[in-house]
Ligand binder design. Sequence first.
Ligand code: ADP
Ligand code: MG
Length: 292
Amino acid sequence: MNEPQPHADAGTASSPPSSSSSPSSPAAGAAHAAPAADAPLALRGDKLVKRFGAVTALDGVSFTLGQGEILGILGDNGAGKSTLVKILTGFHQQTEGTLYVDGQETLLRSVDHARALGIECVYQDLALANSLSIYHNMFLNREIVRRGPFRLLDHRQMRERAAQCLDDIGVHVPSVDLPVERLSGGQRQAIAVARAVHSNAKILLLDEPLAAMGAREAGLIIDLVLRLKEKGGLSIIMIMHNYAQTLDIADRIMLMQRGRVTFEQRSAQTSVPELMDIVRREYRAMRSTNAH
Ligand SMILES: Nc1ncnc2c1ncn2[C@@H]1O[C@H](COP(=O)(O)OP(=O)(O)O)[C@@H](O)[C@H]1O
Ligand SMILES: [Mg+2]
């Protein structure tokens, strides 16, 4: 059952070292991200396996995320992308394999544990409270209360801080008093990202942030993510659907198929046709298997 090498098919540029941590040569190689030369990788997974009963969702996934890097993950439905993200957020624990956060071997026990280490996730289904205002949502479960015996919410301060935070990262809304349900899908996603960043995230995980968005809305989120990267201090994993968007935004891409990483490359060194070709080959192989 042991799968020794998850980077099976294609000319993988570099696979992560299997045992020694070698921070000076992140597989990332995101030249323009310019992290400190000796900074440890933000995240590294080594041969992660996740089984749900008889289902093997992850079958030996190894990956790296460099400091300040954007890693785009592509792959069909059921490939294991969300499962990987849920392990990185502490929601699931891997069945086998090791995770390193900032170079330290770490077993993430819970979502709170991951958060305490600066790992924040924006989920596919956003988990915003739609009837509440933007500023309420920014402070959901982290409300600022006034001093004194009654612990009254400090609305003025939350309003100001929310507006400041959105302004800082270039998200424009008419008013932070607006209920979230009045916003477009793209704006809602932007608020969810802002909330995660505002809570001091060092590693941001986005599970299909552009799903069901038109080109203009998607552009809004892509610009936001690129601005966050510019500001520095944040390493980002994005699960994506659209190859062209992924190559635009990510420093490096990783393709997952049936619980494995089958291709990994710096964005500058691959192309939409190459990615399509890999997926097409897989699809043809599956068809011919099914035909027999
Ligand atoms: N909680 C769960 N219980 C059982 N099976 C699951 C669970 N979560 C995911 N799976 C299975 O694991 C596989 C990978 O799912 P997922 O990670 O959601 O894929 P993706 O996000 O790439 O579409 C699928 O076969 C899915 O049905
Ligand atoms: Mg998914």
